[in-house]
Design a protein around this ligand. Structure first.
Ligand code: FAD
Length: 462
């Protein structure tokens, strides 16, 4: 490949603060709020003009893992509960008590955007929106600054502690920190997917809904559509009843490769419109249906994980393991969407996958794979802890990870990646960063029992 040499240049350091939070998604925004509330001068850098990550830019909903496995006992509160209550006050989410009785927390992404804006501003977080992190400057093993690009040009943001909540561990990767990618067998990450909102259709009752679901499923059996499930009428994700929020699309590939990302966007939009045209033509109640919106970005479920002193595993999830340095709780199961991107009837990587011997991964691994979906769950009514060690980097002393890029195996991340868990991890990462700054120690030297006590004091369930 041809190359060009960029000339070296001086760039301005536009902020010099205590804590730099990189990314404003479920792993990032709670980290910034918690760090700032604990007195750290905090900057949050986000490439979009709004925060929320996949909860807003991916239309992903509901927020899962707020309660114990297959139960209604809350396991995450703190900032998650506060966000829910603020959205409820706007008429855009259930009350906290109602939410604990549901499978996940349904919400309106527009309300989430403004609630995060307000909470960050009230806490005193300095926001840099429309700002992409493109590189890091190092001082020895540590990060000195992140390099950003925006309409204001190329700039640097210097900090004492950096929290990588970019989902793809962009900061760690640029800093040369050890990371892993996808599953160990072939480095394939879980498949991507995209939510879309469908509106303009006539109300259908439960019996008709089931009939239509089966109609679409038959078309999937005949390979007319490339979806992994036929749930186009799903209302259990959306808060407002004027649209359905569907999570059916699937695309396998590397979400850190821009050519693959481009193909994924084109593919999921094509799939959504194939379905919409089909419904308009064949289902009278859908004659006037329209695509209200597709998510602004396709959603990657997995990519890089930062290597920390401990990696959360699938066994930790299945056993509901607790750790002395537990700083957050998760309850979602080992939910691996076929990394090869196979759609219906394939869903999960289990020994009973219908691909069987047609998949080389299945051939190599099926004896070690969980037999069925039930074997992927934590014990009923229980949860697993996220250990603080999974937020540290073995390579970069002033780096913490948060959200979807913490230290975990392919199976471990398949459970910990959901938003309720990411928000709990974020609160812990921000609190730990503020403690490290206060005590003038590295994140690895933070007194974890003091961190746990502070999190409890701030309403988190630890
Ligand atoms: C199809 C799909 C369905 C899902 N379903 C559910 C579900 O139903 N419920 C649930 O709870 N979870 C679900 N998840 C999982 C969940 O959405 C994510 O794992 C979670 O959002 C991860 O949070 P995060 O903050 O780590 O990353 P993200 O939500 O991706 O946030 C990362 C943020 O960092 C920003 N960023 C990234 N790189 C840079 C950079 N270089 N510079 C500046 N900013 C940057 C991004 O713009 C983004 O705002 C789903 C995921 C997918 C893909």
């Amino acid at each position: 490949m041809a190359t060009i040499r960029e000339p070296a240049r001086e760039i301005p350091v536009v902020h010099d603060v205590d804590v730099v939070v990189c990314g404003g998604g479920p792993g990032g925004f709670p980290a910034a709020i918690a760090a700032a509330r604990h007195g750290a001068r905090t900057v949050l850098i986000e490439r979009y003009g709004f925060m929320g990550g996949l909860a807003t830019a991916g239309l992903v909903a509901p927020i899962l893992a707020h309660t114990a496995s297959e139960a209604h006992t809350p396991i995450v509160e703190g900032i998650l509960r506060e966000v829910t209550e603020r959205m409820h006050a706007l008429g855009c989410a259930p009350s906290w008590e109602e939410a604990t009785q549901e499978w996940g927390i349904r919400f309106d992404a527009e309300a989430l955007k403004v609630v995060i804006d307000e909470m960050c501003q009230e806490a005193g977080v300095t926001l840099l929106l429309h700002t992409l992190i493109v590189d890091v400057a190092r001082k020895g093993d540590a990060i000195d600054a992140v390099i950003v690009e925006s309409k204001s040009g190329r700039q640097a943001v210097r900090g004492k502690v950096f929290i990588d909540a970019t989902r793809d561990a962009d900061v760690a990767h640029r800093a040369g920190a050890r990371t892993t990618f996808g599953r160990a067998y072939d480095n394939c990450p879980e498949a991507m997917g995209s939510f879309f909102h469908l509106a303009g259709f006539a109300e259908v009752d439960a019996a008709r809904e089931e009939e239509l679901r089966q109609q679409v499923e038959r078309e999937m059996e005949d390979s007319r559509f490339q979806f992994y499930n036929p749930g186009f009428l799903s209302k259990r994700c959306a808060y407002h009843g004027d649209h359905a929020a569907a999570n059916m699309t699937r695309f396998g590939g590397d979400p850190t490769d821009v050519t693959t990302l481009t193909e994924a966007e084109l593919s999921v939009r094509r799939n959504v419109w194939e379905l919409t045209r089909y419904l308009r033509a064949t289902v009278p109640e859908f004659a006037e249906a329209y695509v209200q919106q597709t998510s602004p970005q396709v959603g990657p479920r997995e990519s890089r994980q930062i290597v920390g002193p401990y990696a959360l595993t699938g066994e930790d999830i299945r056993a509901g393991r607790k750790f002395a340095d537990g700083i957050a709780r998760g309850s979602w199961w080992i939910d691996i969407h076929c990394p090869r991107g196979h759609a219906y009837p394939v869903h999960l990587c289990t020994a009973d996958c219908p691909m069987g011997a047609d998949c080389d991964y299945w051939v190599a691994e099926h004896e070690r794979m969980p037999a069925s979906r039930q074997d992927l769950m934590p014990p009923k009514g229980d949860w697993y802890d996220i250990p603080y060690r999974a937020l540290l980097s073995v390579s970069v002393p002033n780096l913490l990870s948060s959200g979807r890029c913490i230290s975990a195996t392919h199976e471990g991340m398949a459970g910990a990646r959901v938003m309720g868990t990411c928000i709990a991890i974020g609160q812990a990462a921000g609190t730990a960063a503020a403690l490290a700054v206060q005590e003038a120690v590295s994140p690895a030297e933070v007194d974890v029992q003091r961190l746990r006590a502070l999190l409890r004091q701030d309403g988190q369930l630890i």
